[in-house]
Ligand binder design. Structure first.
Ligand code: ADP
Ligand code: GN1
Ligand code: MG
Length: 355
């Protein structure tokens, strides 16, 4: 990794490179130079992001906008020695470098309600700061990313092909997914009709995609800007709930530990709406509950699809990792169905003024 990082405009010579974080998509390393400066070196997954020029252009545009609107610190791209936003090595692998943001912590699970509240403030603020961002400037890095009906179509295709003969072993999961297909368009349809506003959203708002200040616990910086695209507020809200309001981790194998924590959900609602709740219509407010369920269902379907297709998309570290992940997501969906009324009540209690 040191060789790859030497092609970027670093301060000092890189001396160490260690793996960093738990992302499922890119390969991330923390590089330290002989002057003590630290950087993030990332091998970009081109299978997931085939148009790297547009990907990096999006990130540069969005981070410039955030900087102009007072966000500090902001993810900062370090160019190559000849001024390009990424490099391609001899093997064809794409690399990019960011400044390492010091004094932050990325959590894999919400340790306290306060932490989760602060992550909600971070993502809510991110969405508010991008309200006047010219969405047409952004290229859709992954078209149809949260188009749940399209995710269902991909799932059905994987099921029909059943390349590895795995479908017979996951009948229960398949039935769970298919039983809820009728709900798949419950965000995309109102977006199309215009009853829900199209916003610029992050689309991958897992707790480990935000840095909190190590000392104060306050929001420091939103990371992982690869999927910033036009979308619904419910995508960002919902994906955060999916990951962070689960009482278990995403790949927990003891499903009895999986449930929706209403106190964590409540904390997230308060933090998110404190930043971007003003001017939200009743329909958009209530779509946050729909998004929580739909993002969880969709993610479960994506894990199941990848399992059926032979684990080619998400990084795995054990043979049935994607199946384990799918099961936690579906267990969480079922618990949301049980807690549906309370989830709605909490939103109503925290409603801000309408547009
Ligand atoms: P992936 O797309 O694979 O999820 P991320 O961009 O989220 O990759 O990076 C993976 C992890 O690396 C993050 O969860 C975080 O721990 C760490 N990280 C990424 N960028 C930075 C940064 N600029 N400063 C500090 N840590 C970072
Ligand atoms: C991936 O890149 P990462 O690990 O933050 C995925 C998300 C999924 C998530 C599930 C580009 O997120 O959509 O919700 O895994 N990112 C992409 O943990 O597909
Ligand atoms: Mg990430």
């Amino acid at each position: 990794m040191l060789e790859q990082s030497k092609r970027f405009a670093l301060e000092g010579n890189p001396v160490t490179a260690v793996p960093c974080g738990n992302g499922h998509i890119n390969h991330t390393f923390r590089v330290t130079t002989d002057t003590g400066r630290r950087y993030i070196l990332q091998g970009v997954n081109e299978h997931v992001f085939p148009d790297v020029d547009s990907l990096m252009r999006n990130i540069i545009l969005v981070t410039e906008h955030l900087r102009l609107h007072g966000a500090e610190p902001v993810l900062t791209v370090v160019p190559t020695l000849d001024g390009r936003p990424y490099d391609r090595d001899e093997k064809g692998q794409v690399w990019r470098v960011y400044e390492f943001i010091e004094n932050g912590v990325c959590l894999e699970a919400a340790e306290t309600e306060k932490d989760f509240y602060q992550s909600a403030v971070a993502f809510g603020r991110f969405q508010r700061l991008l309200r006047d961002f010219p969405a047409a400037e952004l290229v859709e890095t992954i078209p149809h990313f949260h188009d749940t009906p399209k995710r269902y179509a991909d799932f059905r295709k994987a099921l029909e092909e059943d390349r590895l003969g795995r479908a017979a072993g996951v009948k229960e999961e398949i039935a769970f997914a298919l039983a809820r297909e009728g709900e798949a368009a419950s965000i995309t349809e109102p977006l199309k009709k215009g009853t829900l506003p199209l916003r610029v959203t992050h689309n991958d708002t897992k707790l480990n995609n935000v840095l909190l200040d190590k000392i104060t616990g306050e929001p420091l910086c939103v990371l992982d800007l690869d999927t910033v695209m036009p979308g619904a507020a419910a995508y960002d809200f919902g994906d955060s709930i999916r990951f962070g309001a689960n009482t278990a981790v995403e790949d927990e194998t003891d499903l009895s530990l999986v449930s929706l924590s209403l106190p964590l959900y409540d904390a997230y609602v308060r933090g998110f709406l404190s930043e971007c709740g003003e001017g939200m219509s009743m329909e958009e407010l209530m779509s946050l509950r729909t998004g929580s369920k739909l993002m969880t269902l969709e993610c479960g379907i994506r894990f199941l699809t990848d399992y059926l297709q032979g684990d080619t998309y998400f990084s795995i570290s054990r043979p049935e990792h994607n199946l384990d992940r799918c099961r936690t997501q579906f267990r969480l969906v079922a618990d949301m169905e049980r807690k549906w009324d309370e989830m709605g009540e909490i939103l109503l209690q925290n409603k801000k003024t309408d547009a």
